[in-house]
Design a protein around this ligand. Structure first.
Ligand code: DHB
Length: 533
């Protein structure tokens, strides 16, 4: 049913996309034309060949992470589809930017890392179809409104977009001025609906699209400038979740049938390193984690008091889940459980974040901060405080309970698990059991377990997926109550426990989407990839 609707869409988009996405040009259309003859492989090797001469040379002044402007001459490869059979080429396309000269000095990108910067936000669609230069990716809701969402909770289309919307760093631009090859992929998102009312961008569309983009890059090894064996993915929030999932699920056969259906290139979709800022992931366990973390803050930022019975029940589920993970904390910390996690977060992340923040302040600024925040003790160059005081310092929580699988199906994530003409569905037993929309089903829909598996990096880390990325950069603001702190910390611990290299840190007093050390990230990219600029 969904499949048929999707096919119909792809024919429609052959024309629609051609109007909106001049660059798509022959891609979608010729893929359609080729549909009647030849094998998938021959179509792929033809239509998906990256034409390295099809670019314009642009000159722009781009600021580096320190805010210093540089004259960057770069080749810009406008939008082109990364699959032969796109459902919607306006989203399933990517742009490439390759630095040529920075401040008059030639850049050799032969062995340069390829930074794959997604701009996905809110699990909404993200498009580069109209981009005329680096760092312009944007969200696009059905009405062109990037914040369209059933809840209005998370906005889409922020992330790596123009100007680093919402105060976020524009990593695409920063990576370009650092001398890296930059690829910005579009991807389908949850709000996309075709003329027949069928949702065609809900799970697992976005991750399938990102994988297809990676396959395209690796298929074009030697044609695309840079080292396609050194792909470093970046994303924030939902984009961070998808970046982490891309890293964790590399080369998993579970996605093969979806990728085949799109005519993705026959190549590896494994990436080398993963950057994830405030990833909104592990969705089926996030409601419990949220209550464990923020449940003592009974009031939402809207002033609404959260149902304490629901909060308690969910919190108990977190304890069970956390125990089942059998994770050990970084730096020799023992088991991570509902009992130990507050101490773990305090000593591993929160106090070090506050320490770094205070140490960087001038003496007078530090004195003022300490006077305004007496819960914090500053001694011997170190900040200490209690978990309870930290929670009080953060204050009101952003979300209600449950935070993700809403009883009335109003959360963004309910829409992310929509299917066919059904806009939103439950994806936890608890959410379904407490449904307030009149559903009578006793069980989750049969396809939900597989979708959860396809959308959750924790599953792939738990099994030690051999195709996963081995380098992880994970960041989160300490004021970010969009999800529990344990979500990022579990991700970091799961990768670390497998022996991967993990750099996870928190930004003190920063909210959702923060990226206050992009320069350190770019230096980390150089180090882990062995790139000498
Ligand atoms: C985003 C934020 C959320 O709170 C959420 O539930 C999903 C996505 C985001 O900013 O991408």
């Amino acid at each position: 049913m969904q499949h048929r609707a999707v096919r119909r869409r792809s024919v429609v988009m052959g024309t629609v996309a051609a109007a909106g996405v001049a660059a798509v040009g022959g891609g979608a259309a010729s893929a359609q034309a080729a549909g009647s003859g030849g094998t998938r492989a021959t179509r792929a090797s033809g239509a998906l060949v990256f034409d390295k001469d099809d670019h314009t040379e642009l000159t722009e002044t781009i600021k580096d992470a320190a805010g210093t402007g540089h004259e960057v001459v770069y080749r810009f490869y406008k939008a082109r589809p990364y699959v032969t059979d796109p459902v919607d080429a306006a989203y399933q396309s990517l742009v490439v930017s390759v630095p040529v000269r920075i401040d008059g000095k030639a850049v050799d990108t032969t062995g340069a890392p390829v930074v794959l910067a997604n701009a996905i936000g809110g699990y909404m669609p993200s498009s580069v179809a109209q981009a005329t230069g680096v760092g312009q990716a944007g969200g696009a809701g059905p009405s062109g409104s990037p914040s369209a969402s059933p809840t209005g909770t998370p906005g889409g289309g922020t992330g790596g977009g123009a100007g680093g919307a919402g105060g976020r760093a524009n990593l695409a631009q920063l990576a370009l001025v650092a001398g890296y090859v930059v690829v910005e992929p579009g991807a389908r998102g949850r709000s996309l609906v075709d003329a027949s009312g069928t949702y065609y961008g809900t799970a697992p569309a976005a991750i399938v699209d990102l994988k297809a983009a990676v396959r395209y890059l690796r298929f074009n090894q030697g044609r695309i400038p840079g080292d396609t064996d050194r792909i470093v993915s970046t994303g924030t929030s939902a984009g961070g979740a998808l970046s982490a999932l891309l890293g964790a699920s590399g080369d998993s056969p579970l996605y093969d049938r979806y990728l085949k259906e799109l005519g993705a290139a026959d190549a590896s979709d494994a990436i080398f390193a993963t950057g994830a800022w405030c990833p909104i992931t592990d969705l089926e366990h996030a409601d419990g984690a949220y209550e464990w973390n923020w449940g003592s803050n009974v009031t939402q930022s809207t002033g609404k008091v959260v149902d304490q019975g629901v909060s308690r029940e969910l919190r108990a589920r977190f304890a069970e889940y956390q125990a089942s993970l059998k994770l050990r904390g970084l730096n020799g910390f023992g088991p991570l459980t509902a009992r130990t996690y507050d101490r773990y977060l305090l000593t591993t992340y929160l106090q070090p974040a506050a320490t770094a923040y205070l140490a960087a302040l001038p003496e007078s600024g530090r004195a003022a901060y300490l006077a305004a925040n007496p819960f914090l003790t500053w001694s011997g160059g170190k900040a200490t405080f209690t978990w309870e005081d930290y929670l009080a310092h953060v204050g009101a929580r952003k979300k209600t309970a449950p935070a993700f699988d809403a009883f009335d199906l109003s959360a963004a994530e309910n829409n992310e698990f929509g299917t066919g003409t059904t806009e939103a569905r439950h994806f936890t037993d608890y959410g379904l059991r407490n449904d307030t929309t009149g559903l009578t089903a006793k069980r989750l829909d049969g396809d939900i377990p597989e979708l959860l598996r396809l959308m959750n990096p924790m599953h792939f880390l738990k099994e030690g997926n051999p195709g996963r990325s081995r380098h992880w950069w994970i960041r989160l603001g300490t004021d970010d109550t969009d999800t529990a702190l344990t979500v990022s910390a579990n991700l970091a611990a799961a990768a670390d426990n497998l022996g991967d290299e993990v750099d996870h840190a928190y930004y003190w007093d920063q909210g959702h989407g923060a990226d206050t050390d992009p320069d350190a990230f770019l230096a980390w990219v150089a180090r882990v990839t062995g790139h000498r600029g």
